[in-house]
Design a protein around this ligand. Sequence first.
Ligand SMILES: [Zn+2]
Ligand SMILES: [Zn+2]
Length: 461
Amino acid sequence: MNHTTLTFYGGLRTIGGTVISLQYDDSRIIFDFGFVYSPENNIFDRQIKPRKNSVVKDYLKLGLIPSIDGVYNKEDLPEHSSIIPADTYTGNTTVLISHLHLDHMGAMGLINPSVPVYMTEDSLHLYQTLDVIGEGVQGNRGYSSCKYNQPFTVGKITITPIQVDHDVLGACAFHIQTPDGAILYTGDLRMHGAHPERIQAFIQKAKEIGFDAVIMEGTTLSSEEELAEEMLVAKKELPEDLVTETMIPVKMTEVLKETKGIGIFNIYHRNIDRIRGVLQAGIETGRKVVLEAGTAQIALNHLGAQNFLVFESEEIRQSPVPEWQSQLFDKTSTISYKQINQNPGQYFVQNSYDHSLELFDLNVENGVYLHSNGVPLGSFDPAYHNLERVLQNIGLERVSIGTGGHAIPQNLSYIVEELDPATLIPLHSFHPERLQPKNGMQLLPQYGKTYLLTEGKIGEK
Ligand SMILES: [Zn+2]
Ligand SMILES: [Zn+2]
């Protein structure tokens, strides 16, 4: 008898690393294929060297990627592994990637090339740029694209990507329909981004198609001691003190206007809205925005923006640069720290954590460092203390102007209330149990158990 099964491989009580498989007949989809986000527990401490020829074996051993049949290359698996390699697996598998954060896509390059990996067109375009600038994932394979609101099928499973708003270009939710029922997987999302209307449209669209269960992220949920019950009361409105994505350039402008010296910023450049915000703050304050080459490439490809300079240090000038970078330098104007130092107060200069030592060459007197969700994200990351050491060393004040990519608890409750699913499966959270459905039932799945979807209901097999 045909039926739909659901298996959860990762991401139930962690931030990211969500890997779920849904199977009907001989067709299976696996959604998201990234690593758990946990910089404090990162085995790769820069002393242990990753072994390039043994990535799948080592990652399986470390529990960084799931032990899952039909996904990996035979030659990548351990010799007597019980995991069935992709080439001998009889079913038909497709992997879906909701967005390009490492906790959702970091391991997708390790999937056998015969298994299609789908992401939205926006995501694929961004991925192509990331690959060019050296931020592609490990592994060599191709990727396929899908369009928002355009269903496609894998066997008898129909998938509809629905755009959401998150702090990365191209993020989507997936509506997954099988003959036994429909599941809505939200991916990551927020209501305080630059495009809240996308969340309303997402809710609308999902209700229109209909679904039985919602698999929902709950990143911002915390324990009862840390998060009072009333903070979970569903609210569409944002609290007044919540910084929204659109407020970031305003806040940056305020600080920069008070600053005589150089303005430095540290962002995560997969968030296109943040790059746009930085460029806007530059216009508002009459400062020239100076981008690092990788970010400049993204701004050029995905914003069509040209109103920036590209940072070119003495070191970059004297060493051979990759082809994309020399092409970028041809297309844009570059600037060195020496030129910036002639009048630092006229500039708003990007500095990512890995380039922290470049700060030593800049005149940072009376300057400010605007930390705007670039890594390291917080004191839980050991790298955070290193950043503080560098800034202390040069006497540069750090001001945090940022906002998260995940819906705040009352907005999560609002989305759940609006969707009102018969079954709610919260995950991608340290406290998924705190997200309750209005009328339906809450399911907190367990690893290794298989769940059955029959006539729209989910139960243990
Ligand atoms: Zn995530
Ligand atoms: Zn994300």
